[in-house]
Design a protein around this ligand. Structure first.
Ligand code: SF4
Length: 340
């Protein structure tokens, strides 16, 4: 098994809510609320959850674009949040990001050459021997773009091509980890598959590790080795793709899975959809106990009182970490029994 290169321990990010003339802090939005995980070299960890569950804030913490309220992030054995500016520059070469929206994340006034070569302005020592422009052309080829278009502007490319430009910029410095914040959410389904194939190929060629953030379990399925499901700032279940997709043990994961379209028309009628009651509670005022209890069909009184730990259950063979008091009951229910 490959080495762990990124390890998050108890990461929290609380944003203060201020009010009044004096802007006093009257509460906190708990965007990330105690997240721990490991990422191994060359692996893809999918992070999935509804909008507002804290996954993008988590991505920003992994890049240290934000300081955490609490917690530790180890990269290659050092605590990222304890590094000074100079050491952070070195770490940032190894942890890069691809943003969600290829329409707004690329400067419309810059050419592709400028955009892909941007990281070399911050890290001139990373320009390879062949020179910056040869490297930019090489990167374009790696992501399936024609180097002949190096002097074009973002508006001259399609959405999928723009995201390839973003990926080329992300890998320019030969990082070890690429944080991908919903990289295909703004694209059509057919284009999503093409971009994911490019990312798959790059991972094989470069040995990159991905943290692949998405709101849809179907998107991460083909690229993830493991998947972490987030709800209200916490990971509620984490496992291999097979464990999550074939044997989900958390009711929330089951609900997300039931919303994934079934490609085989003969199976469509046989699989019901779990209809979650109510809205996602506010992260400024999360429910006590299990924060999913306000929407969970298995909830009992303990659920609104005691917070379940994210733990494996060795007594239930084949289970992976899941934060639920009633894993056994949850495993017995299937998505077919909770139909609208
Ligand atoms: Fe549902 Fe209770 Fe499990 Fe939370 S702990 S997911 S409320 S059964």
């Amino acid at each position: 098994m490959s080495e762990v290169i990124l390890r998050a321990e108890g990461l929290k990010k609380y944003y203060p809510i201020r009010s009044g003339v004096l802007r006093r802090t009257v509460g906190h939005v708990r965007a990330v609320d105690g997240v721990s995980f490991e990422l191994r070299a060359g692996e893809t960890l999918g992070v999935v959850g509804e909008s507002g569950c804290g996954k993008s804030s988590l991505g920003r913490l992994l890049m240290r674009l934000e300081e955490p309220t609490e917690g530790v992030l180890h990269f290659d054995g050092v605590n990222v949040y304890e590094q000074n500016r100079r050491d952070m520059r070195r770490i940032r070469r190894d942890i890069q990001i691809v943003f969600q929206d290829p329409y707004t994340s690329l400067n419309p006034r810059k050419t592709v050459a400028d955009i892909i070569g941007e990281p070399f302005e911050i890290h001139p020592d990373a320009v390879p021997k062949g020179g910056r422009s040869a490297r930019v052309r090489e990167l374009m080829e790696m992501v399936g773009l024609s180097p002949e278009h190096v002097n074009r502007y973002p508006h001259q490319f399609s959405g999928g091509q723009r995201q390839r430009i973003g990926i080329a910029r992300g890998i320019a410095l030969n990082p070890k980890v690429l944080v991908c914040d919903e990289p295909v959410s703004a694209l059509d389904v057919s284009v999503q598959a093409q971009v994911i194939n490019v990312m798959d190929k790059l991972q094989d060629e470069l040995g990159l590790a991905y943290v692949f953030i998405a709101h849809d379990l179907s998107v991460v399925r083909h690229i993830s080795d493991r998947v972490a499901v987030m709800y209200l700032g916490k990971i509620v279940e984490v496992g291999t793709d097979e464990e999550i997709y074939e044997r989900p043990t958390h009711p929330y994961t089951q609900a997300l899975l039931s919303a994934v379209p079934v490609p085989d028309p003969s199976l469509r009628g046989s699989r019901g959809q779990i209809k979650l009651e109510g809205d996602v509670p506010s992260p400024a005022d999360p429910p006590p106990g299990c924060n999913f209890h306000t929407r969970c069909w298995l909830a009992q009184s303990i659920c609104s009182r005691d917070e379940p730990e994210l733990i494996e259950r060795p007594d239930l063979s084949g289970t992976h970490p899941s934060a639920c008091h009633f894993v056994e009951e949850s495993m017995m229910t299937s998505t077919r029994t909770h139909t609208e």
